[in-house]
Write a protein that binds this ligand. Structure first.
Ligand SMILES: Cc1cc2nc3c(=O)[nH]c(=O)nc-3n(C[C@H](O)[C@H](O)[C@H](O)COP(=O)(O)O)c2cc1C
Length: 163
C-alpha cells in the first residue's frame, strides 16, 4: 500500500499536483497533515493526534512525502511530523524497511535541494527506512534538472514489480 503524505496546507495545491503526476495510474491513499493536530516536539496537548497519524501511516509500506519549499526548507508540517518521530521508543520497528519517496515543490527551488535530500536521507538511515530519493518541480510544475520525476518513478515501478 502507498500513502501520499501531503505536507502542504493546500489539499489541491502544487505539491499535491506534483504527487498526482508522480503517482499517476497507481492506487494510493492520501493523508493531509494539515487535517491533524500535531504538536511541536516537546509540547503536550490532550488533543494531540501524532500517534493516530503515525499508526495510520505504518499500515503502508511505501510513503511518498510531498512538500512545498518554505524558506529554503520543507514545510513546518513535515518538519514537525519528523521531529515527533523522536517520541516513538527507539528504534521504531514499524518504520523498518519502509520505502520513502520525497517530492518538493517550489516557486524557485535552488541550492537548498541538495541539503534537503541529505536531511531526508539521514532521517531514513536513522530510522531504518529505505530512502529512494527526491524529485523537484518549480511553480509551473516544471522538473528541475538533476531531480526529475522519471528516475524516481522507475524506482517505484521496479519496487512494486519485485513484490
Ligand atoms: C512561507 C512561504 C515561504 C516560501 N519560501 C519559498 C522558498 O524558499 N523557495 C521557493 O522556491 N518557494 C518558496 N515558497 C513558494 C512555495 O513553495 C510555492 O508557492 C509552492 O508552490 C506552494 O505549494 P502548495 O501549492 O502545495 O502550497 C514559499 C511559500 C510560502 C507560503
Amino acid at each position: 500500500m502507498i500513502y501520499l503524505i501531503n505536507a502542504s496546507p493546500n489539499k489541491n495545491g502544487n505539491s499535491v499536483q506534483l504527487a498526482r503526476l508522480f503517482l499517476k495510474g497507481r492506487k494510493y491513499e492520501t493523508l493531509d497533515l494539515v487535517d491533524f493536530h500535531i504538536e511541536q516536539y516537546g509540547q503536550k496537548a490532550e488533543q494531540d493526534q501524532f500517534f493516530q497519524v503515525y499508526e495510520k501511516l505504518t499500515e503502508a509500506d511505501v510513503w511518498v512525502f510531498t512538500s512545498p519549499i518554505y524558506w529554503w526548507s520543507f514545510s513546518g508540517l513535515l518538519k514537525t511530523f519528523l521531529d515527533r518521530v523522536a517520541d516513538i521508543p527507539y528504534p521504531p520497528e514499524a518504520l523498518r524497511g519502509k520505502q520513502l519517496f520525497f517530492l518538493l515543490q517550489g516557486s524557485q527551488p535552488s541550492k537548498e535541494i541538495e541539503m534537503l535530500d541529505y536531511a531526508m536521507h539521514r532521517f531514513c538511515r536513522n530510522y531504518g527506512l529505505k530512502y529512494q530519493g527526491l524529485a523537484v518541480t518549480n511553480y509551473e510544475l516544471q522538473e528541475i534538472e538533476g531531480w526529475e520525476l522519471a528516475p524516481l518513478q522507475q524506482k517505484l515501478e521496479k519496487l512494486l514489480a519485485d513484490k
